[in-house]
Design a protein around this ligand. Structure first.
Ligand code: ASP
Length: 327
């Protein structure tokens, strides 16, 4: 044996040994998972609707998995900062992302994303879907949706609308309202609609279009004025609030959905374990009730799989690209 071939052989043997060392923990990792707390990244500020969904589900899923799920708010840039963080995290199941469909809107609105939306993540499963709701500060004179939108049309240059960053639901809903009313308003960006709602309650902002998850409790608490549900149907828990189409604005509708993701390359067995914990939470009637109370619905059980999530994700990427093409 020449020195060269011996050296090559040694190198191959040590490469194989290194691979074996790496492979064993990967299998063990999936079998034993989870052995420590899991971080659930929410790409918006604490106290907002995405955060609410994460805390509600995370607590339940953590009990099933036998490890705490710790919510971490990685806010900024309409949810893309948190998404990037998860896309670059170790694919070991200890970092997951809970986001809304803005994740599929971002590629149409940002040309500097540092991850490839189509390939950066594993789909874990879809959660719920629900409508957006238009609310205003208590000091507004408008007593109905029609009065609000008429006033907004006539005073566009004076009106402030809060949102959670470019590509967030509140931002896209604001764009829809602008388009329908044929006016432009002053948009004020926040790190999430938790803080945006606080400023609306404090009277520092005029109007916000946010997920029902965040709007319904404030409407019930009487801290903001409810104007319109941006959907075809009213919400049971705030039955008096008309839909935007009922108020004469048939195109002012927008629904959102939430889902869980893991970094690309997370072992299938681990994704399956997180998915199983998610399904168990979704099958719990008390979770379903809590979602219904704030006007959102769970996806049907047939759509709780990573495969169904992937299908919806790809379809949404295409739909949002068309929807936001001129933005
Ligand atoms: N509701 C926010 C949005 O407009 C996000 C959040 O704070 O959960 O996208």
């Amino acid at each position: 044996m020449t020195f060269d071939s011996l050296w090559t052989r040694r190198r191959l043997v040590s490469a194989a040994a290194a691979a074996a060392v790496l492979a064993v923990p990967a299998i063990a990792l999936a079998q034993d998972y989870p052995t420590k707390p899991i971080t659930m990244v929410v790409p918006f500020a604490a106290g907002g609707p995405t955060d609410t969904v994460a805390r509600l589900l995370g607590e339940h899923m953590g009990r099933t998995l036998g490890q705490q799920i710790v919510v971490e708010n990685v806010a900024g840039a309409g949810g893309t900062t948190g998404t990037e963080r998860v896309s670059k995290a170790e694919p070991d199941g200890y970092t997951v992302l809970l986001h809304h469909q803005g994740i599929t809107a971002a590629p149409a609105l940002y040309n500097n994303l540092r991850y490839d939306t189509k390939t950066a993540l594993e789909m874990v499963g879809m959660i719920n879907h629900g409508p957006m709701v238009v609310v205003g500060k208590k000091g507004l004179q408008a007593a109905s949706a029609k009065e609000l939108f008429d006033w907004m049309k006539q005073n566009a240059d004076k009106i402030t609308m809060a949102h959670a960053g470019v590509g967030s639901n509140s931002h896209v809903c604001g764009l829809i309202i602008q388009k329908v009313l044929g006016q432009k308003f002053t948009f004020v960006a926040y790190r999430g609609t938790g803080p945006a709602m606080n400023d609306l309650v404090a009277g520092q902002i005029d109007v916000l279009c946010d997920q029902s998850t965040n709007a319904v409790p404030q409407i019930q608490g009487g801290t903001v004025k409810a104007y319109a549900v941006a959907d075809k149907a009213r919400i049971d828990s705030i039955k008096d609030v008309p839909t935007a189409p009922e108020a004469g604005f048939p195109d002012m509708t927008m629904r959102l959905w939430n889902a869980i993701y893991a970094p690309k390359g997370t072992p299938k067995e681990i994704v399956a374990k997180v998915n199983a914990a998610l399904r168990k939470a979704l099958a719990d009637p008390s979770i379903k009730e809590k979602f219904a109370a704030v006007g959102t619905s769970l996806f049907p059980e047939s759509e709780w799989t990573p495969e169904a999530h992937h299908k919806t994700f790809l379809a949404e990427l295409e739909r949002q690209a068309v929807l936001l093409a001129d933005k």
